[in-house]
Design a protein around this ligand. Structure first.
Ligand SMILES: Nc1ncnc2c1ncn2[C@@H]1O[C@H](COP(=O)(O)OP(=O)(O)O)[C@@H](O)[C@H]1O
Ligand SMILES: [Mg+2]
Length: 294
């Protein structure tokens, strides 16, 4: 896959996600080199949006129909990823059994229709779901026993995956599988970037509340980095939700301090470990302390 300088610039400039130019550049370089990439980082910081943006651009279609996407789940298996005999192939009804012989999985459908592929939330499925994909990535071909054919990894086929490493409810990637993807970190962006993002989305937000939200976000991230006393910091997505909520509530006549605390408690419940009262309390105290100085 050859990309021109104009392609790079266009992709960077039209991306809704701000502050991740470095990560986007890295992704594009590996795509040019023909390697599958895995965007990883805490939830809500733009991984899926970046992947979709890049894939829809390089597929030559802005409406996202130029690539296939699957969101991995805990119950996902080889059947959904590569394909296999359809359950109705065993039907007592001969007509049905004939009609539903087998079903192609997402990888097979992508390759056979010449489309690139996004596997979102990759680590939500166990590594066993990916054994066929693993073989395809190692050998470039994969025999499909269920329909007696062989698929071949097409020249320039682009595969992007996303993952929250270490998140609750995710599987540990097998090392063998991990080596098939180049990991690209998509972490928290700077406060300055987030300020620009929310000024665009919520232009009427009270500046004092805006500051408080940005401060709250960076304080939760410090807590997370320091000793993991909370499982994640507030994401940019969380910052945007707080900003929108506060802007709306203040337009209804509520005061800055109380709308900020209100929104911070909502988002705090999301980022804290809700089964650990200490973790929830920590985030709430943080919000109250920031509100005191408003
Ligand atoms: N750096 C950013 N700049 C602008 N918007 C962002 C940024 N990070 C996150 N968002 C917002 O958060 C939303 C959710 O992001 P998403 O791509 O689903 O994150 P992830 O896949 O990492 O969980 C995006 O649609 C976007 O509105
Ligand atoms: Mg995502």
């Amino acid at each position: 896959m050859k990309l021109t300088t104009e392609d790079y610039i266009h992709i960077l400039e039209t991306c809704e996600i701000k502050g991740h130019d470095e990560a986007i550049l890295r992704i594009l370089r590996y795509i040019e080199l023909g390697y599958p990439v895995m965007l990883y980082g805490p939830p809500g910081n733009g991984k899926t949006t970046i992947a979709e943006h890049i894939l829809s651009y390089i597929g030559g279609d802005e409406d996202e129909s130029s690539f296939l996407k699957i969101e991995a789940t805990e119950g996902m298996s080889e059947y959904q990823v590569i394909g296999g005999f359809h359950p109705l192939a065993m039907s007592g009804n001969a007509e049905l059994a004939k009609e539903f012989m087998y079903k192609d999985g997402i990888v097979t459908r992508a390759i056979e229709s010449g489309k690139n592929l996004l596997i979102d939330e990759f680590t939500r499925a166990p590594s066993s779901a990916y054994s066929g994909l693993f073989l395809l990535l190692s050998r470039d071909t994969l025999p499909l026993e269920y329909k007696e054919t062989v698929i071949k990894k097409p020249e320039g086929w682009v595969l992007i995956s996303t993952a929250n490493f270490g998140d609750e409810g995710t599987f540990k990637l097998s090392n063998a599988l991990k080596r098939r993807f180049v990991p690209i970190n998509v972490g928290y962006v700077s406060s300055a970037t987030e300020k620009t993002v929310i000024s665009n989305i919520t232009p009427d937000l009270d500046p004092e509340v805006e500051n408080a939200i940005i401060l709250f976000a960076s304080a939760t991230r410090s807590l997370w980095r320091r000793d993991r006393s909370i499982p994640q910091g507030l994401s940019t997505d969380g910052v945007i939700k707080m900003a929108r909520y506060c802007e709306l509530a203040m337009s209804q006549g509520f005061d800055a301090k109380s709308v900020f605390v209100d929104a911070a408690f909502h988002q705090g419940t999301i980022i804290a470990d809700e089964t650990d009262p200490h973790s929830v309390q920590l985030v709430q105290e943080l919000a109250l302390k920031i509100a005191e100085d408003m």
